[in-house]
Structures are given as structure tokens and as C-alpha cells.
Design a protein around this ligand. Structure first.
Ligand SMILES: [Cu+2]
Length: 109
């Protein structure tokens, strides 16, 4: 039920963003990364400045999303989400602080 509500909210947000794009030069995106089987998927992602990336933990054990000096989630339990909005261009390497072999990159341009 909660998942359905979140989806509806995301669709409304996307519709609002689409409207905003027609009225300005903003290029916002909502992008999802899934954490499953000790892997960030997709591990490499390119987004536009202003985009919000949301990570969702689909594993049965906690994970975190950490980019040194940039952002740091709390431990995410199953189905927990963490979002970060990228306002500056650059390559953001991140990892799970509980399992440092889990790595990913967000390229913001
Ligand atoms: Cu982990």
C-alpha cells in the first residue's frame, strides 16, 4: 500500500517536473538505483544537474549509501529508501560502509 502511494507521488512529481521543464530551462530527473544481492544497480549512472537519485534496499540485510564528503545515508533496512539531489556536476563515487566492496558511480553533467 505504501509502495503504491510512493509511486503515485513519484508520478505526480514527474508530471510537475515535466510542467516545470516547459516553463524553464531546468532539467530535473528522478532516477532510481536498486540495492539487491550486494550490488548497486545500475552501478554506473549519468544524470543531469538537479536530478534526484533514490536508492532502495531490496536485500534482507542493511546497506548504506556513502560518498565521502558528499552524502551519507543511515543504515537502510529492507525496502528503505535514501534520496540525494545532485546540484553540482562531477563524478560521485559511492559505496556501502557496511560492505565496502559494494561501489557505484553517479556522473552528474
Ligand atoms: Cu551493504
Amino acid at each position: 500500500m505504501m509502495f503504491v502511494n510512493l509511486r503515485t507521488g513519484a508520478i505526480r512529481l514527474a508530471a510537475a517536473a515535466a510542467l516545470a521543464m516547459q516553463m524553464s530551462v531546468a532539467h530535473c530527473e528522478e532516477v532510481s538505483v536498486t540495492i539487491d544481492n550486494f550490488t548497486f544497480a545500475p552501478a554506473q549512472l549519468t544524470v543531469k544537474v538537479g536530478s534526484t537519485v533514490t536508492w532502495t534496499n531490496r536485500d534482507d540485510i542493511p546497506h548504506t549509501v556513502v560518498s565521502a564528503g558528499q552524502f551519507r545515508s543511515k543504515a537502510l533496512d529492507t525496502d528503505d529508501k535514501y534520496s540525494f539531489t545532485f546540484t553540482n556536476a562531477g563524478d560521485y563515487k559511492y559505496f556501502c560502509s557496511l560492505h565496502p566492496h559494494m561501489v557505484g558511480t553517479i556522473k552528474v553533467e
